[in-house]
Design a protein around this ligand. Structure first.
Ligand SMILES: *[C@@H]1O[C@H](CO)[C@@H](O)[C@H](O)[C@H]1NC(C)=O
Ligand SMILES: *[C@@H]1O[C@H](CO)[C@@H](O)[C@H](O)[C@H]1NC(C)=O
Length: 458
């Protein structure tokens, strides 16, 4: 019948997915693609071509994924991963200059995509879209709040908070951005502080491209957590915003329970409920050695059981921990956070970790260091009220005694403030569950698929 064939045609859809080839980006991006792939109905004929560098292909190829996601390989942008940490700027430069040409030639050999789904930090993707007349969906991997603050930089300029001087203006309040609750200058993304001036125009260019050149904006957040921000933003910008959920691997949890139980989970099984502080500071290289010493000593003398994840484990850490904890170089973070023994999350507050902790309903001790982490920490502590700050200033050393006291009272389940905070954290967890199980996220994804399936715009 005719209607069937119309439906078929309507939903035949090819997506070219271009993730940023960096650690914090590729996982949420793959999770988003899995969500899109599994949200499409069997008769949708949806295909996702997922661009990966050789290096990422080696990591990702054995991971299970839906059949309608296929990898397309491009050469590495830099010779090896080791060179990346040695020369971060060189890597970023290579991402900006060396990916576009090989992707262009891959496109020559593929059916024309309905949409290019690209990480917002790949500004050349809209160029490919423009040249080939393919709409671009820009995937922003930080919070909507951070995006909105960047977008409203003219307001910061007008109020003297552009290139701000932290020492003098850190405590000044930014209370004039639509949808954003009042925020101190020191909690703004650091690109607004005068010492990061060079980065600022790059990131503002990325934001302006998303607003003015992309046809869709995808935000990895859930509506109820940042609803006022998103509403105010959508009222101002032409590009339609789709919230696509936390893009953390909650889809994988069922599947993973069939795998053998790692040692660290058995260790957690033996601990009392809510007794363990999970500590993941991102890369410890970004904390000074003196600060690291204070953290280890402070946490140790608090007497609280700890689960540390640290990519570069030092004997200082393992010795400092004693019998009351474990140290691992990697773990399945979401699974650990969701374990009933974990009662607190010491975090650098990357957006990915922020979403995972909030999803798990675990309260935070925040220790932001770079980039969007200060703003995420502010949201955790002041907006959702599910955490305390460890470092109130970004520069000053936090001493061991202060850390010990803080950790102790934070993990004290009997205290009034602790109980109230844990209740609120469970409330946030419920909001996540409702968004995921109640179908709001799937509905947004479905709407997105429907929109892009209307065919490339002329
Ligand atoms: C988030 O970050 C943690 C720690 O770096 C990592 O274990 C986890 O796999 C990440 N999740 C996603 C969705 O990227
Ligand atoms: C620990 O937490 C789990 C999961 O919430 C719960 O089923 C169990 O009863 C708790 N155990 C104790 C001793 O409270």
């Amino acid at each position: 019948m005719e209607t069937t064939s119309v439906d078929q045609a309507l939903f035949s859809c090819h997506i070219l997915a271009i993730p940023y080839p960096g650690r914090g980006h590729i996982n949420p991006f793959m999770n988003l693609c899995k969500l899109i792939a599994t949200t499409s109905k069997p008769n949708h004929l949806l295909q996702i071509s997922f661009i990966v560098t050789e290096e990422w292909f080696r990591f990702l190829k054995s991971e299970p994924k839906p059949d309608n996601i296929q990898f397309q390989k491009i050469p590495n942008v830099i010779p090896s991963e080791k060179d990346r940490s040695k020369d971060l700027l060189g890597f970023v430069e290579a991402v900006y200059t060396k990916m576009e040409a090989p992707i262009d030639s891959i496109l020559d050999g593929l059916p024309k995509p309905n949409v290019i789904l690209a990480d917002s930090l790949l500004p050349w993707a809209v160029g490919i879209g423009e040249r080939r007349n393919i709409p671009v969906a820009s995937f922003w991997t930080m919070s909507a709040t951070v995006f909105s603050i960047l977008h409203h930089h003219q307001l910061l300029l007008a109020n003297g908070h552009f290139e701000a001087n932290l020492a003098e203006q850190g405590e000044e309040l930014v209370n004039y951005i639509p949808g954003i609750t009042p925020i101190c200058v020191k909690d703004l993304p650091p690109v607004f502080h005068c010492k990061y001036r060079e980065m600022l125009h790059v990131i503002l260019e990325v934001v302006s491209q998303l607003v003015n050149k992309a046809q869709y904006a995808l935000f990895t957040t859930i509506e109820p957590l940042e609803s006022q921000v998103i509403e105010a933003l959508q009222a101002e910008i032409p590009v339609p915003i789709f919230t696509v959920g936390p893009t953390i691997p909650y889809l994988d949890t069922e599947f993973k329970t069939n795998q053998p139980c790692p040692n660290y989970l058995s260790w957690l099984d033996d601990q009392p409920n809510d007794s363990v502080l999970y500590i993941s500071q991102g890369s410890f290289l970004s904390v000074s050695n003196t600060q690291l010493d204070e953290i280890i000593a402070g946490v140790h003398s608090s007497g609280v059981s700890t689960f540390w994840v640290a990519r570069e484990t030092s004997s200082l850490l393992t010795d400092g921990i004693g019998k009351r904890g474990i140290v691992v170089s990697w773990c399945d973070q979401l699974r650990v956070l969701c374990h009933p023994s974990v009662g607190g999350f010491w975090s650098h507050c990357g957006w990915n970790s922020t979403k995972e902790g909030a999803f798990a309903g675990v309260p935070f001790l925040t220790f932001p260091i770079v980039a969007d982490q200060f703003t995420n920490s502010k949201q955790i502590v002041e907006d959702w009220k599910i955490g305390w700050r460890v470092n109130k200033e970004s520069e000053n050393l936090v001493k061991r005694d202060e850390i010990a006291r803080l950790v102790q009272s934070f993990m004290d389940l009997g205290s009034y403030h602790g109980r109230e905070m844990r209740k609120r954290a469970m409330g946030i967890r419920k909001i996540f569950q409702e968004a995921i199980e109640g179908g709001a996220i799937q509905a947004n994804i479905y709407k997105f698929i429907q929109d892009i399936s209307q065919g490339p715009r002329q």
